[in-house]
Design a binder for this molecule. Structure first.
Ligand code: SAM
Ligand code: SF4
Length: 459
């Protein structure tokens, strides 16, 4: 079987794609990256906003057309699969396999079945399942919990991914070990609300560490860099900032979604913290990590958001001085409390506020990134950049960065670099040694020599 998974949405979906992909490989499937050669196409869907849902609808339409011409198994997994909205779509487009986020390990049963297979249960075995480490990658995700116990009024995730279940620390450390053995250098711990890690297990015998202590454990494992996402301000404790400061492997990068700078809007969103609470968390982070890189998520145009509320979001942005932000116009999602109870603002109002917020973000990102010019940063280089002769990677603070290759550094790895130039979205750097001296540039091949060596390199 030639199988292809198309992934929409967040890092949790990327992790789940890897999990299902490795199951498919264990059943003998070849993973391909073109629909033209696939005989099984599985869409890993996102339901957080209307746009990704529409993308899935359109791709399902295309797949149905392909199936009219040749045999093709069509599958759908992820958040949209768990919703009535997605299931209606699946019926309309003749989806053969549908797996909700809690039923991913049913993929084998689904492929064996001769009939349409729909798996929508939240199965316990997913939590202790350790997928094989991704081959040849320096970077990997590690899910530490699934689901969410919050009920933000705009959000569909608690419906699609179910209640929070923290994975046992032994399973997390077992998975981490396998990543280390495979050569992974940077691990991102994933969950909808990582700061609430263990809270769902209460006083269970055997004990789950707090998130801060889990960070300490993971940080001592020998992994070079650890990041985590997403943090919810309500569960953020100063001990997390302390654990970050005292554990060198934990990167000084905090993604702490604020959603709005107005306490009135935060209350209507049921976020369970105020603007002042959020600013206190930022102060705690800066106390322990004065150079922390801060990123956030913001929703503009939440129902009932006034111009004054929006101004509070802009002023909070200035007060914190975020390094970067993921910004969204509110998207009403059927099944959420805000969809049921509140009226959506006109699209033009949301778009115009989003544009103003993006302009503010660009100003701050430009300022913050410019302050890094001249500093030495540790880069995780993933491989070739768009332009040949360059490598792309990111800093401990998640800044996308490009460097020219140098003698001895022509592929993936972790290296030091001096930032030479910065834009709001990209840093440009030079590779340096541990004393800060630039590494020698690669010798330039003359065009004739290049023409001679090219066929040899391909042979
Ligand atoms: N659990 C994380 C938290 O609470 O911070 C966020 C998870 S959610 C997958 C990622 C982001 O999508 C949220 O932080 C929020 O900004 C955005 N989002 C969620 N629902 C949305 C909606 N209905 N409209 C627009 N943006 C939304
Ligand atoms: Fe959604 Fe709120 Fe849970 Fe995040 S914390 S996943 S925004 S309900």
């Amino acid at each position: 079987m030639k199988a292809m998974i198309v992934t929409y949405g967040c890092q949790m979906n990327e992790y789940d794609t890897h999990l299902v992909q490795s199951q498919l490989v264990s059943f003998g499937a070849d993973i391909v990256d073109s629909v033209d050669v696939a005989d099984f196409v599985l869409l890993n869907t996102c339901a957080i906003r209307g746009k990704p849902v529409e993308k899935v609808r359109s791709l399902l339409g295309d797949l149905r057309k392909i199936r009219a011409r040749r045999p093709l198994v069509i599958g759908m997994m992820g958040c949209l699969a768990q919703l009535e909205e997605g299931q209606q779509m699946a019926r309309k487009f003749g989806v053969d396999i549908l797996l909700g986020p809690g039923s991913l390990l049913d993929i084998g049963k689904a492929l064996e079945s001769n009939e349409r297979f729909w798996g929508l249960a939240f199965r316990d075995e997913l939590h202790d399942h350790v997928p094989p480490a991704p081959a040849g990658q320096l970077q990997a995700h590690l899910t530490i919990m699934r689901g969410c116990d919050h009920h933000c009024t705009y959000c569909i995730v608690p419906t699609t991914r179910g209640p929070q279940v923290s994975r046992h620390p032994d399973d997390i450390l077992r998975e981490l070990d396998s990543l280390l053995v495979a050569g992974v250098q940077e691990v991102t711990l994933l969950g909808q609300n990582v700061n609430a890690y263990g809270v769902d297990q209460g006083a269970r015998v055997g004990g789950y560490p707090s998130f801060a202590n889990l960070l300490r454990l993971v940080g001592r494992s020998g992994v070079r860099r650890v990041k985590f996402t997403t943090s919810h301000p309500m569960n953020f404790t100063e001990d997390v900032a302390a654990a970050m400061a005292e554990t060198p492997a934990i990167c000084e990068y905090v993604h702490l979604p604020v959603q709005s700078g107005s306490s009135r809007v935060l209350r209507r969103m049921a976020r369970e913290y105020t603007r002042e609470d959020y600013l206190r968390h930022v102060a705690d982070i800066r106390k322990h990590l004065p150079h922390a890189v801060l990123a956030t998520d913001i929703i503009v145009g939440f129902p009932g958001e006034t111009e004054e509320d929006f101004q509070e979001t802009l002023s909070l942005y200035d007060e914190v001085g975020f390094d970067s932000a993921y910004m969204f116009a509110y998207s009403p999602r059927p099944g959420t409390p805000s969809y049921r109870h509140f009226d959506d603002l006109p699209r033009e109002v949301k778009t115009e506020r989003l544009e103003r917020l993006i302009a503010r973000q660009k100003e701050w990102s430009a300022r913050k990134n410019a302050a890094k010019v001249g500093t030495i940063q540790e880069l995780l280089l993933r491989g070739e950049a768009h332009d040949s002769g360059f490598l792309e990677g990111h800093t401990r603070g998640n800044h996308p960065t490009v460097v020219p290759k140098a003698v001895g550094v022509t592929g993936p790895g972790v290296h030091l670099a001096r930032i030479e130039h910065a834009t709001p979205h990209m840093m440009y750097a030079t590779l340096v040694d541990s004393a800060g001296n630039a590494l020698p540039e690669l010798p330039k091949l003359n065009p004739e020599a290049a023409a001679l060596t090219a066929p040899l390199a391909m042979a």
